[in-house]
Design a protein around this ligand. Structure first.
Ligand SMILES: Cc1cc2nc3c(=O)[nH]c(=O)nc-3n(C[C@H](O)[C@H](O)[C@H](O)COP(=O)(O)OP(=O)(O)OC[C@H]3O[C@@H](n4cnc5c(N)ncnc54)[C@H](O)[C@@H]3O)c2cc1C
Length: 366
């Protein structure tokens, strides 16, 4: 039987723990506190080794062991050999929020937060685990229960200088899943990167806590995520001639896009290709081959859509239904994608998905 000890050996010691928090959220939900995060930038550790039951569940739900992959593909039918690398989906849209606040503060078309708000209004969910922005490349997980919370989770705050002193605030990854335990018996949506959504599906497939709370998995496209400590920040600022404090907004589409407000108050955008960001990328992202968030109910990204629009893939029946209802209720509006344009978008996201699959193959080869 595998245990957390095997995760340490097979995942942490290889440097590929994605710190999704799945193992911690499950283990703490059975109130053992056997494992936990001591440092937010490091993999979880044993807190109370003697209490470990060796139940193997932390090992099974880890996105880096892929232990349940065949099983969840069978259960959820999101992915099979013929639908890779995009996974199966019903439809592809390019949409924008009709709510001016969500649109203004949104990363792309403000669609994710609009859908969450619609689910809250319809009482399909009681809350959503989202990420509040603390500063450039710095976020923390919160539970949003209303529009104000959601707007807070969109916006980049600029009064961030004191936080910049604290190295641990530079991590870009949002450790959302341990939040699940704070909301037992509620119905939640979770916004997450592919590794987080994968873990949730494994938990749901096994029927283990705290996944019973999750009504909707809203997945973000993710080519890679970043890690910054003080030295990395200094290197980055020098290499790209920017100051973190001047970054107004960050987006990731076909590359990293920084909106900068310079000291003379002039705004400019810079695009940094992924191949220049290897130094800043989280090492664990090399081991991931899912760009479009295959296991989500709905996947969202900017790639392929015009500015201020979000690309959407509806994957599950309930994901498809909520997007259709949101369009009908005029909560979001779609650009009319002709078949040829849709094919181009599909081709583009397929290209990035293949690049990610290849990167993983190369990472394990060397
Ligand atoms: C690390 C990362 C990498 C990405 N890489 C790509 C990429 O390579 N290509 C691409 O096309 N798109 C990428 N995206 C997705 C893209 O940046 C937008 O999030 C997406 O298009 C939705 O835009 P929106 O305006 O509809 O969302 P909004 O309405 O602005 O809502 C976004 C929601 O996501 C939540 N959120 C933001 N960051 C996180 C996080 N780290 N963890 C959990 N929740 C979070 C926010 O709190 C908010 O609720 C990435 C996103 C992230 C977080």
């Amino acid at each position: 039987m595998k245990s957390f000890r095997d995760l340490i050996k097979e995942v942490h010691q290889k440097g590929i723990c994605q710190q999704c928090g799945g193992c911690v959220s499950f283990c703490n939900s059975i109130e053992h506190e056997v494992i936990g995060f001591k440092n937010p930038n490091k993999p979880p550790v044993y807190l109370n080794k003697n209490k470990c039951l060796r139940c193997a569940l932390c090992y099974l739900i880890c996105p880096q062991t892929h232990a349940l992959e065949a099983e969840i593909n069978k259960t959820y039918k999101f992915s099979n050999f013929t639908t890779m690398p995009l996974g199966s989906f019903f439809n592809l849209y390019s949409c924008q929020s009709t709510d001016k606040d969500f649109l203004q503060y949104g990363t792309d078309g403000g669609v994710v937060n609009t859908i969450i708000y619609y689910l809250l209004e319809k009482e399909v969910i009681d809350g959503a685990i989202v990420a509040r922005t603390l500063g450039p490349f710095s976020r923390e997980a919160i539970i949003a229960e209303n529009k104000e919370d959601l707007i807070k989770a969109s916006r980049i705050k600029l009064d961030i200088s004191p936080q910049l002193e604290e190295i641990q605030k530079f991590h870009t990854y949002t450790n959302s899943l341990p939040k699940l335990n704070q909301y037992r018996f509620k119905k939640l949506a979770v916004v997450g990167t592919p590794c987080q959504i994968y873990t949730i599906r494994c938990m749901q497939n096994l029927g283990i806590m705290p996944s019973e709370n999750i009504e909707f998995c809203l997945g973000l496209f993710c080519y890679e995520n970043f890690f910054f400590d003080k030295a990395q920040v200094e290197n980055f600022e020098k290499a790209f001639n920017v100051k973190f404090r001047d970054i107004e907004k960050i987006n990731i589409k076909e590359d990293l896009i920084l909106s900068i407000k310079d000291t003379d108050s002039r705004s400019r955008s810079i695009h940094i290709p992924f191949n220049q960001l290897n130094k800043y990328m989280r090492v664990a992202c090399n081991a991931c081959n899912d760009f479009t968030n295959i296991y989500a109910d709905i996947s969202f990204g900017g790639l392929g859509s015009p500015d201020k629009y979000t690309t959407i893939l509806t994957r599950s029946e309930k994901g498809r239904s909520i997007i259709l209802k949101a369009i009908k209720a005029k909560k979001i509006k779609c650009t009319h994608l002709k078949t040829s344009v849709k094919d181009n978008v599909k081709e583009l996201i397929t290209k990035y998905s293949i690049k990610k699959v290849k990167r993983r193959e190369n990472f394990f080869k060397y």
